[in-house]
Structure formats: structure tokens, C-alpha cells
Design a binder for this molecule. Structure first.
Ligand SMILES: Cc1cc2nc3c(=O)[nH]c(=O)nc-3n(C[C@H](O)[C@H](O)[C@H](O)COP(=O)(O)O)c2cc1C
Length: 199
């Protein structure tokens, strides 16, 4: 049995294409792996706070010296990090907002890229500690960017996932969604076909 952690980040609940992709992912994954546990964290519903002085203080001082404010800041951050540690499969759903990922997803990443927990500094440089995990990234974009230099989603997410040790990453992009009905239909159909082939 594996644990699958799905992170939703579309600000919309209705009409969201990235949510359609996660819905299909979950249905297919459950059919193929009925014993697996699937957990969904919706960053639009439960937004995570930006990093602040209390959280950084909590990370950087020993537990027995934490102030009450640092303890409180650490509690949610630890939960988010524990969820990633427990996951065998990570699914990130990311609409493209202003050429990049939603700020809610960036805030979540700021919590889970944690020195000493998900990566560590070694004599040979930073080393990812989340080995043996697989990730899927499902994006939704109004325009068409895959492989171009205006795509600040895929290169960034590949880098941060590799930084914490996750190298087995599959990207599925639904593109051209705001370019008219034909493009939208084609972009969505292609992404769904890729998902069906992968899982
Ligand atoms: C605030 C905002 C910014 C956006 N920025 C871009 C962008 O830079 N490039 C793009 O191709 N589409 C952009 N879009 C369009 C979305 O990527 C597209 O509507 C996508 O389907 C959103 O994902 P969702 O359907 O899961 O909500 C933007 C949409 C919003 C609401």
C-alpha cells in the first residue's frame, strides 16, 4: 500500500481544469491501486501562511528554546512536512498564474523545503532526503508554453523537487485553454490522454 498526497492550488473550485486533471488522476489511480491511501490538501481552502520570523526562529533554534509563538508557527509547518515525508507519490496541481505557479503553492513549498528534514547540506553540497518517491505535476495554462523560456512552472518545479530528492517526475500540461473553444478542447483532451497513458 502506498500513500498518495494530492496538492490542489487552483483558486477556483468551479470550472478549474487542474482540478479536472486531479479528479481524473485520482479515479485512475484508485482503479489501478485500490489499496492506496489518497490524501488531498487544498491550498485554496486551507491557505498556508507565508514564512515569518516565528517560523524561521522555530526552525533555527533548539526545541527547548522555542517561544510559544515559535511553537505555534512550527505546528502547521511540521504537519505539512510530515505529509510529504509520509507520501510515496506526490501530485501537484498547478494553474499557471502570471507565468508561474500560484503563490499558495509557493508558500507550501517554502514550508516543505526544510533543511535537515527534506534536504541537508553535505560536504558535496545540498542533498535531497526524499528518495524513492514519485511525483506528477498537472498544470493548466491559458496559453501554450511547454518547452519555451516563458514557462516558469516546469523548470522551477523540477528543480525544487530534485532539490529534496524527487527525480522521478512526470509533467502533464493542459495548454491553450484560453485560446478559444477548439484549443481548449484539444488541450484538455491531450492532457487527459497523457494521464490515461501514464496511469
Ligand atoms: C490570475 C491569473 C493569472 C493567469 N496567468 C496566466 C499566464 O501567465 N499564462 C497563461 O497561459 N495563463 C494564465 N492564466 C490562465 C490560467 O492559467 C488558466 O485559466 C487555467 O485554466 C487556470 O487553472 P484552473 O483552470 O485549474 O483554475 C491566468 C489566470 C489567472 C486567474
Amino acid at each position: 500500500m502506498s500513500n498518495v498526497l494530492v496538492i490542489e492550488s487552483s483558486a477556483r473550485q468551479q470550472g478549474s481544469v487542474s482540478r479536472q486533471l486531479t479528479e481524473q488522476f485520482i479515479a485512475r489511480w484508485q482503479a489501478a491501486h485500490p489499496a492506496d491511501q489518497i490524501q488531498v490538501r487544498d491550498l485554496a481552502v486551507d491557505q498556508v501562511p507565508h514564512l515569518d520570523a516565528n517560523l524561521l526562529g522555530g526552525w533555527m533554534t533548539p526545541a527547548d528554546q522555542h517561544s510559544l509563538a515559535e511553537q505555534a508557527a512550527l505546528a502547521l509547518s511540521n504537519t505539512l512536512t510530515d505529509e510529504v515525508l509520509a507520501a510515496d507519490v506526490l501530485v501537484l496541481a498547478a494553474p499557471m498564474y502570471n507565468f508561474a505557479i500560484p503563490s499558495t503553492l509557493k508558500a507550501w513549498l517554502d514550508h516543505v523545503l526544510r533543511a535537515g528534514v527534506t534536504f541537508k547540506y553535505s560536504e558535496t553540497g545540498p542533498q535531497g532526503l526524499l528518495t524513492g518517491k514519485r511525483a506528477f505535476v498537472l498544470t493548466a495554462r491559458g496559453g501554450i508554453y511547454a518547452g519555451g523560456n516563458m514557462d516558469h512552472q516546469e523548470p522551477y518545479l523540477r528543480q525544487v523537487l530534485a532539490f529534496i530528492g524527487i527525480h522521478d517526475v512526470s509533467f502533464i500540461h493542459a495548454e491553450g485553454l484560453n485560446l478559444g473553444a477548439d484549443f481548449m478542447e484539444k488541450g484538455l483532451a491531450e492532457a487527459k490522454a497523457q494521464l490515461a497513458e501514464l496511469i
